[in-house]
Write a protein that binds this ligand. Structure first.
Ligand code: CA
Length: 227
């Protein structure tokens, strides 16, 4: 598993590189945004760890370039700023997870493993379908009515969860624990933003809506057409 770290703080980035190398990962390190951007766009990685605040090309711009070019590699953001606005901005650009500095290395390692595990396929069934929506777990392709729909890693996990439990109401707390591996009780906004993005991709262009809000309860993917 190959990981790219883009982080300009020398001691901190050395510490991350050493820790992840000791944990068995192959690690590339870029100490500025320009090098990081170049590596992210030309090399193949299983995961990117991006610092938001970089002196030249910031983490957001790197992420934006990646997603605009269709690269679905999972991205973990490191940010010193713990504001909802920053987190929402990152999510909207297609980030998969966040860590706010300072954090324990064990926490980083846990998040990295979760993101990589999600990228690997262990399921025996390879396709999930609902109405005209199809999600291929092996190729990680999603189509609706035969039309390809590019999703971020997080959106894919969210859609996979909704599909596996179609026609069941999924509470936000369940979505938070299953898709984000964390408790978002105090910040359900993150889930709502992700659902909104997913809906825009899955439902906006189609008359028949599949993803529904069940007021006060959560979300549901409906295959009956009765909602
Ligand atoms: Ca920095």
């Amino acid at each position: 598993m190959k990981i790219l770290i883009v982080e300009d703080e020398v001691k901190f980035s050395d510490y991350l590189r050493q820790g992840l190398s000791e944990a068995g990962f192959v690690v590339d390190l870029a100490r500025n945004g320009l090098d990081g951007h170049h590596l992210a766009m030309t090399e193949r990685y299983d995961l990117l760890i991006l610092d938001v605040m970089l002196p030249d090309v910031d983490g957001w711009r790197i992420l934006k370039s990646l997603r605009e070019s269709g690269r679905q590699v999972p991205v973990l953001f490191l940010t010193a700023r713990d504001s909802v606005d920053d987190r929402v901005k990152g999510l909207e650009l297609g980030a998969d997870d966040y860590l706010v500095k300072p954090f324990a290395f064990a926490e980083l390692l846990a998040r990295v493993r979760t993101l990589l595990r999600r990228g690997a396929v262990t399921a025996t069934e390879t396709t999930l379908t609902a109405v005209d929506l199809e999600l291929d777990l092996l190729s990680r392709r999603v189509t609706r009515a035969g039309r390809r729909i590019p999703l971020t890693t997080k959106e894919f996990a969210l859609l996979e969860l909704l599909l596996r439990h179609h026609d069941e109401v999924l509470p936000r707390s369940l979505i938070a624990s299953q898709v984000w591996d964390m408790n978002f009780d105090s910040d359900t906004n993150v889930i709502d933003v992700a659902i909104r993005r997913l809906r825009a991709k899955i439902d906006n262009a189609f008359e028949r809506k599949l993803i529904h809000t069940v007021r006060g309860m959560g979300y549901m993917l409906d295959t009956t057409g009765k909602v």
